[in-house]
Design a protein around this ligand. Structure first.
Ligand SMILES: Nc1ncnc2c1ncn2[C@@H]1O[C@H](COP(=O)(O)OP(=O)(O)OP(=O)(O)O)[C@@H](O)[C@H]1O
Ligand SMILES: Nc1ncnc2c1ncn2[C@@H]1O[C@H](COP(=O)(O)OP(=O)(O)OP(=O)(O)O)[C@@H](O)[C@H]1O
Ligand SMILES: [Mg+2]
Ligand SMILES: [Mg+2]
Lengths: 260, 260
């Protein structure tokens, strides 16, 4: 069965989408079969993987409402071994719409568990890109997931939100999904020129210890240029510091999975 | 009557909170009476203005549910002439809770219009810091506001979300608040060293013309250091590029208000 990882943090702009796209690409590059689910109404992960707005007729919205199957909505991306369940603008109404449905927190979990019984869907990793809120959509991702990957921007406001996120993960583990664990925290947009980054990194490591990956993603303009070409930075500029960091992160995650 | 401005953009991490705090401080510095309403469950605006988590017993949450009045919940900040209606963690459940209440989209508007009839509340500007979502909380802010100030990070993903935001503003104007207008778009975290910033700035100005302020807020590490001291950057480092930019922005906004 695939490892399902929710990429979540209610703080906005911390690198959730960038991490889902580029970690997914790095895992596919080393031979894993990866599905990225874009659960954010903004649809940035779909765009960053080259899926135009006009190609999102069938999205995760229809799948969660039971109007389409996973197999019908999943599309291949430009990266071999990497597939996308795209977002759609309809998702922005989903929180209120799902609120009135039965099993409202389990909609994504039920879909994935039904589909994954089918031998044809042979993913080894599923990454779920979450919106910047502890909303019903994010709760759905946490309920469906085996673990949470937390991108953490090396800034003060981002640090402030961490304990609220960890409390939510605990609440979901206690009430909805007993296996939910922290996959790890990855420091993003680290700028070695400013003390704030160092300070935040020190604080987080002393607070969470080895839950924080050794790999740190540097602030690197090539990373933010890549989405305007509809490509992951690993395809846009394989040699840049951002690409190398995401490859290293993929290595750390793969080593986590293998029993010692 | 005060000018009520919603500081909104569903894209995360674009500088909404930083703009609300520092524009508010700059307006207070030139003698305006300013109220900042922290409508984001993360509570970054409250923290950035020095209001500790333990001082948020009475917040905008109680006020919107009718359990406290505006006057009871508003606190002075460290800046003369600048007041804060703080956020609280309870707000993260507000979207689902408000959904079942009468006049769910008008809760904030009704509170402000009741309170502002009282001559003792003599604010000239009210800035509402919104969460990164087109949720019921943000709809409440757009319904209560005279106009929307849109901080726009000079990045590709931020540009992508702009048309979705403008469609939402139009929807609110047509159904909930006929006076709602665009106050303006302010470019944030502009990095003159990289082409992406220039490219996004050109795109936005050609798309929105003079709705885009001349003042551009530069990426400036002092801006991101200030919140860890619980101070606006105008207090933390008055001379830095970020402070000067927010003072200039306040000037542009004040000139907008005066008829030619
Ligand atoms: N390592 C990096 N170096 C430079 N820019 C980066 C880096 N990582 C992300 N960015 C840029 O920072 C912005 C925020 O990143 P991203 O959109 O991935 O965050 P997010 O957490 O998904 O945001 P949201 O909360 O809106 O979903 C984007 O414009 C992205 O291109
Ligand atoms: N001009 C600037 N220069 C440098 N850093 C900045 C600037 N403006 C904001 N920041 C930093 O960027 C991060 C994002 O800004 P901020 O939190 O204000 O955005 P936001 O839109 O309110 O985020 P959210 O969507 O989570 O509410 C913060 O850590 C902030 O300190
Ligand atoms: Mg995102
Ligand atoms: Mg904010």
């Amino acid at each position: 069965a695939p490892r399902i990882i929710a990429v979540a943090n209610q703080k906005g702009g911390v690198g959730k989408t960038t991490t889902a796209i580029n970690l997914g690409t790095a895992l596919a590059a080393v031979g894993e079969q990866v599905l990225i689910i874009d659960l954010d109404p903004q649809g940035n992960a779909s765009t960053g993987l080259g899926i135009g707005r006009e190609c999102r007729e069938c999205s995760v919205y229809e799948v969660m409402l039971g109007e389409a199957t996973l197999a019908q909505a999943v599309q291949p991306s430009l990266v071999p071994g990497l597939f996308v369940l795209p977002s759609s603008v309809e998702l922005s109404g989903a929180d209120l719409e799902l609120a009135g449905l039965p099993r409202r927190s389990y909609r994504l979990r039920d879909v994935l568990h039904d589909a994954l019984d089918d031998p044809r869907t042979a993913y080894s990793y599923i990454l779920v890109d979450c919106p910047p809120a502890l909303s019903l959509l994010t709760i759905n991702a946490l309920t469906a997931a085996d673990s949470v990957l937390v991108p953490l921007q090396c800034e003060f406001f981002a640090l402030e939100g961490l304990s609220q996120l960890l409390r939510t993960v605990e609440m979901v583990r206690d009430t909805l999904n007993p296996v939910l664990d922290i996959q790890g925290v990855v420091l993003t947009m680290f700028d070695s020129r400013n003390n704030l980054s160092d300070q935040v990194a020190l604080d987080v490591r002393s607070f969470l210890g080895n839950k924080v990956y050794e790999t740190v993603i540097p602030r690197n303009v090539r990373v933010s240029e890549a989405p305007s070409y509809g490509k992951p930075v690993l395809i846009y500029d394989m040699q840049c510091a951002g690409s190398r960091a995401y490859m290293k992160l993929a290595g750390e995650i793969l080593r986590q999975e293998r029993p010692a």
